[in-house]
Design a protein around this ligand. Structure first.
Ligand code: SAH
Ligand code: SF4
Length: 392
């Protein structure tokens, strides 16, 4: 990618009503919304219908203004206006790479920021969303792992990332106009900041909203949750979400994995692999993605590739090889292209798909494991430059 490629950037502001302290309708499950409406005085016998109507405005039509909910009575809309808000995270900046990748820096309550990345492909588009600000885990190759956990995102903040991307892509249906074939935002991956299985309930509730047939309607086969291997929650993911699973595998011996993904000391390869053998049966999903970051001289030998193939025997799998995205001070370097290709070849010959992940949006620092930290660094260096040159 040409690092001098043009970047477009603009700043948008959305009013931050949530600060008024009223409950946000976004992110509530249908049951929670039902209870909240009853508590606000909605007649119980109508409440199921009201939930359906509001749900459809929020998640099918993408409406944010109670005034536009025209099939609700004026009195009911006034009650909603007084007692609830409809709030999404605030988009602070939006950058578009010359390869079409879009990166949004979004601000959530408390002033924290997370990043959301949209990656367009030929016949689909994937949104990479975050589940936490920072991470409690300390994977040694991951820049997020060097940042302290600040907090879990709420269900509203998680589904809000999908909604604001649909806003930006202009992807809500327009009444009276036929729905176009093929979605710009067709897939969601939980591969941004944070460990989604340490924020299980909020991730589950948000993904249930994304999958709801009366709303955004993403098939569970188009949502992939990536985990470092929180074994007890893996079975729950199958039972309560049913989406596709990706595992940050990254090593083929406990000794190496203990160092790269320290949660391995709690749930080692054997225990993890057993939970993965059970996953497709319970979730009815086709196959598990094994993410494998290619680190020069650490986990990238032919022996590693052969061991990997042996370990995952019998698991319907695809292995996604990720060239390491280096960051300043990182204790590793990226494997050479030849090494990555040789590794891929061994896995391919064993009958597994072994795509090498192409870095996208490099000119806007949107790659895996680079989110937020790079923005912070860029900001810092801008501030430093400005200080050095005597600017504001
Ligand atoms: N916490 C979850 C999901 C977020 S990370 C998890 O660990 O699975 C998404 C993917 O990016 C994971 O496979 C992670 O190991 C990988 N990753 C993190 N930092 C990286 C880096 N610097 N280069 C390449 N991949 C990285
Ligand atoms: Fe957390 Fe995932 Fe990074 Fe590990 S790889 S520190 S689990 S975000």
């Amino acid at each position: 990618m040409d690092a001098t490629a043009p970047i477009t950037q603009d700043v948008m502001t959305i009013p931050r009503k949530a600060e008024a302290g009223l409950p946000n309708l976004v992110g509530m499950s249908r049951e929670t919304m039902r209870d909240a409406l009853i508590a606000a005085g909605a007649p119980e016998k109508q409440v199921k219908m009201r939930v359906n109507q509001i749900w459809s405005w929020l998640y099918h039509w993408g409406v944010r203004d109670f005034g536009e909910m025209t099939n609700l009575s004026k009195d009911f809309r006034a009650m909603l206006q007084e007692q609830f808000v409809i709030t999404l995270p605030e988009v602070v900046t939006r950058q578009v790479s010359d390869d079409g990748t879009r990166k949004y820096l979004v601000r959530i309550a408390g002033g924290h920021e997370v990043e959301v990345v949209y990656i367009p492909e030929k016949d689909r588009g994937t949104l990479c969303i975050s589940s936490q600000v920072g991470c409690t885990l300390t994977c040694s190759f991951c820049h997020t792992g060097t940042q302290k956990l600040v907090r879990n995102l709420t269900a509203a903040e998680i589904i809000g990332q999908v909604m604001l991307a649909r806003d930006d892509l202009g992807e809500w249906p327009v009444p009276g106009q036929p729905v176009e074939d093929g979605r710009l935002l067709s897939n969601v991956v939980l591969m941004g900041m944070g460990e989604p299985l340490y924020n299980f309930e909020n991730v589950r509730d948000a993904m249930k909203i994304a999958m709801d047939p009366e709303g955004i309607q993403l098939s569970r086969r188009r949502i992939t949750l990536s985990t470092s291997g929180v074994v007890p929650e893996i079975a729950r993911t199958a039972e309560e979400i049913g989406c596709l699973l990706a595992i940050s595998f990254h090593a083929t011996t406990d000794e190496v994995r203990d160092k790269l993904v320290p949660i391995n000391k709690k749930w080692n390869l054997e225990v993890l692999l057993q939970s993965l053998r059970d996953y497709p049966k319970v979730s009815n999903s086709e196959r598990i993605t094994f993410e494998y970051v290619m680190l020069h001289g650490v986990n990238d030998s032919d022996e590693d590739a052969h061991r990997l193939v042996k370990l995952i025997e019998g698991i319907p799998a695809k292995i996604n090889l990720i060239p390491f995205n280096e960051w300043p001070g990182a204790p590793y370097t990226r494997s050479s292209n030849n090494r990555i290709r040789a590794f891929a070849e061994i896995i391919h010959n064993a009958g597994y798909a072994s795509p090498i992940r192409k870095p996208r949006g490099e000119d806007i620092m949107a790659a895996c494991g680079q989110l937020k930290s790079e923005t912070e660094r860029a900001r810092k260096s801008r501030a430093q430059i400005s200080a050095e040159t005597g600017g504001a």
